[in-house]
Design a binder for this molecule. Sequence first.
Ligand code: UFG
Length: 326
Amino acid sequence: MKILVTGGAGYIGSHTTYELIDKGYEVVVVDNLSKGFKSNVHPAATFYEVDLRDEKSLENIFEKEKNIKAVMHFAGSIVVPESVFKPLEYFNNNVYSVEILLKTMNKFNVKTFVFSSTAAVYGEPKTNPITENDELKPINPYGDSKLSAELLIKGWAKAHKANYVIFRYFNVAGTNKNGKIGIKGEVLTHLVPVVIDAALNPEKTMNIFGDNYKTKDGSCIRDFIHVVDLAIAHIIGLEWSIKNNKSNIFNVGSSTGYSVLEVLNQAKKSLNIEIKSKIVDRRPGDPAILLASTAKIEKELNWKPQKTLDEIIKSEFNFRKNWSNK
Ligand code: UFG
């Protein structure tokens, strides 16, 4: 079965491509390499360096590849603080590209769409753990753009008798066993890569953004999910949708919360390395706690995360150690 993966040179898209190919799927990767790396693309995937908003080029890919059964859409802009300064860019890249994709799928009669959404659609949740039916109230343009894309996808599916599976990610981290694919940008913003970077570079001190939240140790609490567990959830969701001719929306997390300080301490323990840190001011827009309820995905897809925070940290270390040495 042939699957088109957008953003297959990026972090989650490349990991999902590896899992798909492992399971015998044929994969066509489309990525404009604005953030992705060609070295992340699985060697057995067919790769097109194309921007999704280039409608003609996208049509040519569908035409040439024929028989595309489903689209998994990972490409997008994902940095929350950046979205505050660049809302037009975020809507253009995260919503308009979905419109073009869905339009092209209509032309070629492709009826299954798997979409990367985010816990940011919930904004600052009133209660934790968060369920899929909780209020959708994003607090930044990134979350707004993902929620808009969700609405577009729902409308499309209804009008065109098509199906979607939307995954709302919590904090994704770690890398797969080969240790060669991952977040390769120079500027790291996410907690686990930042902690590992500080572990590998003793001259660096990592910042802890705030120790005065209403949590057990004052630092924010997040729900971490290993990227391979997430990739597997996508494939199970894809197969479920095709088999049952159904659509759905799922949180993907571990339903276990770790504070920023706990992640740091776990990294010191797992790696047996001293990591320098200092407490600094809160980062604007950070909710105190984000914790997923995973009851729905466990029940409907029979999926449960398999990997621990220790495995997340060790795999990220393994990848980043090789990457920094290059
Ligand atoms: N943090 C630090 N120091 C750092 C980096 C992060 O203390 O150097 C803290 C943050 O303040 C936050 C926690 O670690 O409390 C996690 O921050 P990340 O940047 O790793 O992730 P976020 O929780 O901000 O973002 C994640 C996803 C987004 C999604 C968001 C939902 O990466 O895509 O959850 O709010 F939108």
